[in-house]
Design a protein around this ligand. Structure first.
Ligand SMILES: [Ca+2]
Length: 109
């Protein structure tokens, strides 16, 4: 299952009545990383975005509080990049464009 962040979130909603995954600890983040590694996936979309954010800060799409973050140094780089992925087999996150260019696998909660 791959797609843009928006396609991924739509699929979680429509197929599973769920959302892209959210993390509230390194342990939860690592659990998703381990699942991704089983399927030999380097990077996955996560439920973090600022598409509907009133204050411009990142929010979890499931509405839970942002109590844990783990951005790559220099990220989020912003601009047209408003959606987050857990990157490159690590626990760190980067922001990427939500609608196009990047077609990553994803994990629904
Ligand atoms: Ca970025």
């Amino acid at each position: 299952m791959t797609g843009s962040w928006i396609e991924a979130q739509d699929a979680c909603r429509s197929r599973y009545n769920s959302n892209l995954t959210s993390f509230h600890s390194a342990k939860e983040s690592d659990f998703v990383r381990q699942i991704a590694n089983i399927f030999r996936l380097d990077s996955v979309w996560i439920g973090l975005n600022k598409l509907d954010s009133a204050d411009g800060n990142y929010e979890w799409v499931d509405g839970s509080d942002l109590t844990y973050t783990n951005w790559v140094i220099g990220e989020p780089s912003g601009g047209i990049e408003n959606c987050a992925a857990q990157w490159n087999s690590g626990l760190n996150w980067i922001d990427l464009p939500c609608a196009s260019d990047y077609f990553l696998p994803y994990v629904c909660d």
